[in-house]
Write a protein that binds this ligand. Structure first.
Ligand code: APR
Length: 230
């Protein structure tokens, strides 16, 4: 059954039970800091050191975190389906759970890049400090998409969404575009599932909503998909 394609759109909520903060639970603060100060080009222009310190803390938290049952359930799904995960998350928990096809729409915190050329990307396991330079001599920055910046992987994500036989949304408020628009590209006849502990008012009533946390709801959806293939 490897030919049937499950496409997943994940957000911060799938990593919440791994101890990583979501964005909109704390009134526009991300770990107590106004998002605009640390996740925008303006924040970068105003205070490079504050932005670097913020992401250094996020990077340490990601490295200390472990994948949870939701991440592992998506890895298990690969034994029956082709699975592509489109994630808005900058952590590597999908990869560490063993998922083999992960597309990071908003970048990856364990990578850094030139602040002049967004193709000049390097691995980054440790801190980035003011004065750390990319090969082109520019200040090194996290390889993360900030508000107002382009989302380079979006076209590829749209192509993937259009090829979905099943679509699973987990742990995202669907408030940030263009990521949230991916649901619109999924074929009409593809069964859609959404896992979130909060009630969601979706305009698309063809979505099967599972009101549960990711570690509880994703294994349930995976078991259901398995039963559909049995
Ligand atoms: N399990 C599943 N979902 C959860 C859990 C959990 N344990 N806890 C919270 N959630 C849900 C919330 O109810 C919410 O719907 O996860 C969602 C998190 O939404 P956001 O905090 O808005 O995160 P996300 O949708 O990923 O944000 C999108 O916005 O800030 C930018 O670039 C950043 O990628 C991020 C994007």
């Amino acid at each position: 059954m490897q030919d049937r394609h499950v496409v997943v759109l994940s957000g911060a909520g799938i990593s919440a039970e791994s101890g990583l903060a979501t964005f909109r639970g704390a009134g526009g603060l991300w770990e107590g800091v106004p998002v605009a100060q640390v996740a925008t080009p303006e924040g970068w222009r105003n205070d490079v050191g504050r932005v670097l310190r913020f992401y250094n803390e996020r990077r340490r938290a990601v490295r200390a975190a472990q994948p949870n049952a939701a991440h592992f359930a998506l890895k298990e799904l690969e034994s029956i389906f082709k699975v592509t995960i489109i994630t808005q998350n900058i952590d590597d928990l999908h990869e560490r759970a063993g998922s083999s096809r992960v597309l990071h729409l908003h970048g990856e915190i364990l990578k850094s890049r030139s602040s002049r050329d967004d193709r000049m990307i390097t691995e980054c396991a440790g801190d980035i400090s003011p004065g750390d330079r990319a090969e082109d001599g520019s200040q090194l920055r996290p390889h993360v998409v900030w508000f107002g910046e382009a989302v380079p992987m979006m076209n590829e994500a749209i192509t993937v969404a259009k090829a979905a036989d099943f679509f699973l949304v987990v742990g995202t408020s669907l408030e940030v575009y263009p990521a949230a628009s991916l649901l619109d590209y999924v074929p009409q006849d593809a069964p859609k599932f959404l896992v979130d502990p909060m009630p969601v008012d979706l305009s698309d009533e063809r979505v099967h909503v599972v009101q549960a946390t990711a570690s509880e709801g994703v294994p349930r959806v995976v078991a259901h998909l398995r039963s559909m293939m049995a």
